[in-house]
Design a protein around this ligand. Structure first.
Ligand SMILES: [Zn+2]
Length: 207
């Protein structure tokens, strides 16, 4: 993967997401502090705690995340994660990337939540990742649905395919908006015996 990243960086070097200056994802002029996440109206029934880093309303955050989803590369995930405090994540929590249905993963080539979790481990090697949570139902995009449809959309969407079930989990995702998907994942994890479910997301959007 390192080779692939290096090759990509030669072919498509990082460019500032705002002004396209080559060198870094935010050039020296635009590398100003990212707007921290503010609270929204998301209500969680099953999730014990969520730590959101940045606000999706900050154009720099939005453009970096879009670039990350579009490009098969981990370096934007690292770039963003390095601006957070991964040391604060409790090492008793098992990192679990929020899964994508395999058909979506195939379309995109990767799951950005996994890239973020891997970037967290690079910054905090005491953490561990388990890839056992799978999305077994191809759900519709939450933003196109009503609240009632959202709940139904996520029903029976997840499955744990691992030999052991961790006691405490930290779900990792790129953006959270209504919080319905992450809460559905938390509900499922609790139904199979996980005691605590936390979440760490890069950005929070409007609910
Ligand atoms: Zn710039």
């Amino acid at each position: 993967m390192k080779f692939l990243n290096d090759t990509l960086n030669i072919l498509f070097p990082p460019k500032c997401v705002l002004c396209s200056k080559t060198g870094q994802w935010l050039c020296i002029n635009h590398d100003t502090p990212l707007k921290p996440a503010t609270s929204n109206h998301a209500q969680y029934k099953y999730l014990d705690n969520i730590s959101a880093q940045f606000s999706y309303s900050d154009p720099k955050v939005q453009k970096c995340i879009k670039q990350m989803k579009f490009r098969f590369s981990a370096d934007i995930a690292d770039f963003l994660v390095q601006k957070t405090s991964p040391q604060e994540i409790n090492k008793d929590l098992m990192l679990v990337p929020v899964p994508m249905h395999w058909t979506r993963r195939l379309e995109r080539g990767f799951n950005q939540s996994e890239k973020i979790a891997q970037a967290l481990v690079r910054e905090n090697p005491e953490l561990e990742i388990k890839y056992s949570l799978k999305k077994i139902k191809k759900t519709k995009r939450q933003s196109q649905l009503t609240k009632a449809e959202r709940a139904k959309n996520n029903q029976n969407a997840f499955r744990w395919k691992g030999a052991t079930i961790p006691e405490k989990v930290c779900l990792v995702d790129d953006v959270v908006a209504s919080g319905a998907t992450i809460d559905a994942a938390a509900a499922y994890l609790k139904s199979i015996g996980v005691k605590e479910v936390h979440a760490w997301v890069l950005a929070r959007g409007g609910a």
